[in-house]
Design a protein around this ligand. Structure first.
Ligand code: ADE
Length: 256
């Protein structure tokens, strides 16, 4: 997977993605990151890339010409991605489904805005979609694009090892992940659920599925509505919610 990012702060993105799993994936050539500094495409001696909005209003806008030049230069260098994604709080809100959809591409091009945004003609002519990472406003798109690149890279073949894989984790099948424990089995009198020490594979699976379902019912009922449950499991949820005290804390751990 090749990621290209048009930004005024290439170093922030490069530094932010240069550790751990993503670094290894880049070293192995499974993913690549090409940051393009929009300022390199300014055509004035002060390298200015922003200006006041026509009609007034707060702050400065990123100008269209340097962004057009930067994007066209990428195309001239052979980048063929049909998608040009502008990171913006006005876009579709990122979720795991969108992450998987993006991971199916071979190449993605992103634009990070700064200041009060970008000249509308960039959105009209170049950008194919806007993508948000949540309903709040960041100082720029850089942190947002790092979130997207991190989440998408996990779905690129070979980036995660088998035991880190995406199979059982939260949001797969619209369920949250079940609780997990490691040694010691007894920590200050708090013991690990016995079934996990039993070695009984089928019972462990059943325990984990039940925990995943009930914990989703408690913390994220909106997700559970989309999950594929058997009638018996639906009944189990119903019963569990009926018995739940009104003031039960949503985040408390193991479900007995
Ligand atoms: N740029 C500023 N805020 C943003 C957000 N919430 N998501 C994506 N890009 C942004």
């Amino acid at each position: 997977m090749k990621f290209h990012v048009l930004t005024l702060f290439p170093e922030q993105i490069e530094k932010g993605l240069s550790d751990s799993i993503l670094k290894k994936a880049m070293d192995k050539g499974l993913i690549s990151l090409n940051t393009v500094n929009i300022r390199d495409y300014a055509e004035n001696k002060h390298f200015q890339v922003d200006d006041y909005p026509f009609g007034g209003g707060a702050g400065m806008l990123m100008q269209a010409p340097p962004i057009f030049r930067a994007y066209r230069d990428l195309q001239a260098k052979g980048v063929k991605s049909k998608r040009f994604i502008y990171m913006s709080p006005q876009g579709r809100t990122l979720n795991q489904e969108i992450v998987k959809e993006l991971a199916a591409e071979e190449e993605l091009v992103f634009l990070c805005g700064h200041y009060e945004g970008v000249d509308e003609r960039v959105l009209e002519e170049l950008v194919t979609e806007e993508l948000s990472i949540g309903d709040y406003v960041l100082t720029g798109g850089e942190l947002a694009v790092m979130v997207v690149i991190d989440a998408v890279s996990r779905y690129v073949d070979g980036v995660l090892s088998n035991d880190e894989s995406t199979g059982d984790e939260s949001f797969e099948q619209n369920l949250l992940e079940y609780p997990q424990y490691t040694r010691p089995a007894d920590f200050e009198g708090r013991t690990v659920p016995e079934v996990l020490l039993s070695g009984h594979h089928a019972k462990i699976k059943e325990f984990q599925r039940r925990q995943a379902i009930l914990r989703t019912a408690r913390k994220r009922p909106d997700l559970l509505a989309k999950a594929d449950l058997t009638p018996v499991e639906r009944e189990m949820v119903h019963k569990y919610l009926e018995d739940l005290p009104m003031n039960a804390e949503a985040s408390s751990g193991l479900i007995r």
